[in-house]
Design a protein around this ligand. Sequence first.
Ligand SMILES: Cc1ncc(COP(=O)(O)O)c(C=O)c1O
Length: 399
Amino acid sequence: MPQPAANLGKLPPYLFAEIDRKIAEAKSRGVDIISLGVGDPDLPTPAPIVEAMQKAVADPANHNYPPYHGTEEFRTAATNWMKTRFGVSVDPATEALSLIGSKEGLAHLILAYVNPGDVVLCPSPGYPVYNNYTLLCHGEPFTVPLLAENKFLPDLSKIPVDMAKRAKLFFLNYPNNPLGAIIDEPKIKEIVDFCKQHDILLCHDNAYSEMTFDGYKAPSFLSVPGAKEVCIEMFSLSKMYNMTGWRVGFAVGNPDAIKALGTVKNNTDSGVFKAVQHASAVGLNQSEALTKDLNAIYARRRDIFVEGLNKLGWNVARNEATFYLWLPVPTGMKSVEFVSLLLEKCGVVVPPGTGYGAEGEGYFRVALTVPDERLKEVLARMEKEGVTFAQLAKQSASV
Ligand SMILES: Cc1ncc(COP(=O)(O)O)c(C=O)c1O
């Protein structure tokens, strides 16, 4: 057999491999594993979307290849939603594109822009696709650290001018996975100005725009005047309406970037099943009603878990967006050490912060994707087994 492309060897090692092995081993001992690991909603897709899909799937008109750029119905629903939700005008014909989930759009955007040696500005901690697909395209990821002391926002003054000059793309994502962090409009403006100054295409991955709590509304980067000159934004229906398995999202923004991405896609995939696009349009047309109930459930889970963790010695604030909590490991411990202990002692699975880049050391991520009772069970096990910030930080201080 020939060897796979050398670039595959550049990808970081699969951090979950050791955890997967431990999960399998614990399961074989009959341990009741609780996974707070993957950001995959446990709740079903809302009924209006499922019902629209059931009808659409029976219609032979939906059984052939879809238009490459997405059906007119879907692109119009997406752009109408951009207008009502953010006040942003985008032309459904030239500034919008259906995606087979936003992961696909992110990866193909890199393929559309990166020549060998081009720099891509990638946040760390960050969603791994930005960094890893850059490597697959022979590009050079440059790490932009997102640090607690900067409220997990990029410090643009720390990006060297030569890197900014060589950069083609800058990926950001707010509300953020894995950090749960949010961004405000003045900071977006600063980033847009930076990208204009250095001729960089800004890609804002807005997969969690609708998962917000306590009255907070997340912005679109395109709502900053002039942003469209340098910005493309990706949206995903995966987390908006619990549709991770349906594989649907859309890109909006700069028409040149939409065109370049569309060219890669024309030559790669054949679009999203028309029935899925129809059901998605039905969802987008009644978006607020659908997300309200889901967000109430996530906010309640967050309250239960944050309150419980604080009783165990953490000092955690309630985040206003995403179903992720980004939590410090007890002082003196490494991320992988703590998540292994949590699995071994409590049967609870969480990813180490280092799974999202070296800057994630010292943290772990929790995805609130299990019902209230299971979250309470996690907290009870942690207390019973002494896997608490208070106890472990004390232990490592006395070693
Ligand atoms: C930040 C971020 N971007 C993009 C995606 C991809 O979402 P999808 O491909 O399901 O639309 C995810 C999924 O977890 C994510 O967390």
